[in-house]
Design a protein around this ligand. Structure first.
Ligand SMILES: [Ca+2]
Length: 268
């Protein structure tokens, strides 16, 4: 059966219009999916395994110039350390005295900022010498810390993340973290990775990746099985520690009291 010339022209026009819509890349096409759609879940692949101090109650982790900076918690055991990644050897360390319980760290403009859990005070160190340069205050609890190169990004155990101006320590804005419209609470150690905030969730094997503008969870990285539970003997030995080296695209994770660190690739 042959088509009439008019029918053929209509078909060609319809196909052409469809193609324009396909490639139009209008704002509507780029919009996020509806808010009630849960974020996708991704797996992982282990790239490298490194030793980690199994007495380190990891609360903050950063990769800087090929070395790890680590903040450890608990009263009387809190510290800031520089650690050789490959050996786990502690190269440099300052203790954080009682009664402080050290938490997240971030490096910005040559300074290390370190939170404490419930004392509403943070410490500032020279990132090379670890000399104490000063301190700062914030309201509520301090859990995780990261930076986007401008602000300090602070979690406090809720689903709220604050952006803090390091020049005056004022909160410039905050986001509430939601997945399919539900709050994601107990956000802990943080890392800023390629325009997103990665957050450990306390007592959870998953890392939430978060849009820093909307607060929406964009994906979950499920790290179940990474550290065999039979090797951990403390109920608080949970996943908590994310470090990212942008220059080498290296993502490192560990946990409190874990004997190992893992370099991983996210499997999408
Ligand atoms: Ca981190």
């Amino acid at each position: 059966m042959s088509l009439t010339l008019k029918t053929r022209l209509i078909l060609i026009l319809a196909i052409a219009l469809t193609c324009i819509q396909c490639n139009g890349d209008t704002p509507a096409k780029r919009a996020e999916p509806p808010a009630n759609v849960p974020a996708p879940k991704y797996g992982y692949q282990i790239v490298n395994i490194w030793p980690h101090d199994s007495n380190a109650f990891t609360q903050g982790l950063i990769l800087q110039d090929g070395k790890l900076l680590e903040s450890t918690g608990q009263e009387g055991f809190s510290s800031l350390r520089r650690v050789e990644l490959e050996s786990g050897k502690v190269l440099q360390k300052v203790n954080v005295p009682e009664p402080y319980f050290a938490e997240g760290i971030a490096v910005l403009n040559g300074k290390v900022y370190q939170l404490t859990w419930q004392h509403q005070v943070g410490f500032i160190y020279d990132a090379q010498t670890f000399a104490r340069l000063g301190q700062f205050n914030y309201q509520g609890e301090g859990w995780g810390l990261a930076t986007d190169g401008q602000s300090l990004i602070l979690s406090d155990g809720s689903n709220r993340i604050r952006f803090i101006d390091p020049s005056n320590f004022r909160v410039t804005r905050s986001i509430t973290v939601l997945d399919s419209g539900k709050p994601v609470n107990e956000l802990n150690e943080l890392e800023y990775v390629n325009g997103e905030i990665y957050a450990n969730v306390w007592h959870d094997n998953r890392i939430a990746t978060i849009d820093p503008q909307s607060g929406r969870v964009t994906s979950w990285i499920d790290l179940s099985g990474l550290m065999p539970e039979g090797e951990l003997h403390d109920p608080e030995a949970v996943l908590n520690g994310i470090a990212y080296d942008k220059a080498n695209d290296k993502l490192i994770v560990t946990g409190k009291l874990w004997p190992r660190l893992f370099e991983i690739k996210v499997k999408r």
